[in-house]
Design a binder for this molecule. Structure first.
Ligand code: G
Ligand code: G
Ligand code: MN
Ligand code: NA
Length: 254
């Protein structure tokens, strides 16, 4: 409860931050977009990981206000980068289970896009397999609604849950994010290599793009390129960056 109160206070006092991790197209080397990642720096506790505080925020419903703040912040940041001339960048925002199920999600998302005058196609919402598979028919309905509004969807941490492939084809998903646990052991684990290459082929035949997460080495990059993974994200290319750092990164990169 103390953590939740501190979190609510942080939200009200603007002590939360969104950082942006570049997503790079392997073929062209272009920065296609960023993933928005939430950060909380508590004056005494120091930085608290979202892995720690999101579950607590979910239990109390505070996640709805936080999630809306993240969406609004990320969308308006991207719009301002568009105005600066980087007008093809898109942004991926993580959704928690409760946010996804909340009846107002599609309406809230549309309203936030309208406020910033950002075209819906520049927003991608990330949903874990686990969240999508709690109630697949319900998830399909929500994804259809978002899809009709022009918003794209990605499945996060793909391979760690147990998506039924028959549902996967019904999900209005444009991208699979290959979980970093598979990427980590590319150098040493032939099974992880096999899984990655199978996921990429399957995604391609379903008309979905793939992005590998947690890419930290040249060797991993070479493997992913050889297997025609579309995009990469990870420390080898860039860490999650503050808005200012990202602008510097773009200037150095182009
Ligand atoms: O960036 P980091 O590795 O610390 O993130 C830890 C976890 O928190 C990841 O699972 C990530 O998806 C999640 N996370 C980061 N930012 C957000 C956010 O804005 N909303 C939600 N729901 N989860 C987030
Ligand atoms: O669950 P999700 O995929 O949204 O979380 C992504 C998490 O991975 C973030 O917390 C982010 O900070 C972290 N991350 C991003 N790039 C790398 C990387 O190259 N290596 C590792 N270990 N973690 C990474
Ligand atoms: Mn994610
Ligand atoms: Na992930």
């Amino acid at each position: 409860l103390e953590l939740v109160n501190a979190l609510r206070y942080a939200l009200e006092r603007d002590q939360l931050q969104v950082v942006y991790q570049p997503q790079i197209e392997l073929q062209s080397g272009r920065v296609l977009g960023v993933e928005a990642l939430l950060r909380w720096h508590h004056p005494e506790m120091g930085s608290v990981s979202p892995a720690e505080f999101i579950p607590v925020a979910e239990e109390t419903g505070l996640i709805l206000a936080i999630g809306e703040w993240v969406l609004r912040t990320a969308v308006s940041q991207i719009q301002s980068w568009h105005e600066r001339g980087w007008n093809t960048l898109s942004v991926a925002v993580n959704l928690s289970a409760i946010q996804f199920r909340h009846t107002d999600l599609p309406g809230t998302v549309s309203q936030i896009l309208r406020e910033s005058r950002l075209a819906a196609s520049f927003l991608e919402l990330e949903l874990t397999e686990g969240v999508a598979m709690i109630d697949p028919p319900g998830a399909i309905a929500i994804m259809n609604d978002l899809h009709q509004r022009g918003v794209r969807m990605a499945i996060d941490d793909f391979g760690t849950g147990y998506s039924s492939l028959s549902y996967l084809k019904k999900f209005k998903v444009s991208k699979l994010k290959i979980d970093q646990t598979f990427v980590r052991d590319i150098g040493s684990d032939p099974e992880d290599k096999a899984i990655i290459s199978a996921v990429i082929s399957m995604a391609r035949s379903l008309g979905m793009r793939t992005i590998a997460e947690g890419v930290e080495t040249e060797e991993q990059t070479a493997f992913l390129r050889a297997h025609q993974c579309d995009e990469v994200q990870g420390y080898f290319f860039a860490r999650p960056l503050s808005a200012g750092q990202f602008e510097q990164f773009m200037q150095d990169h182009t």
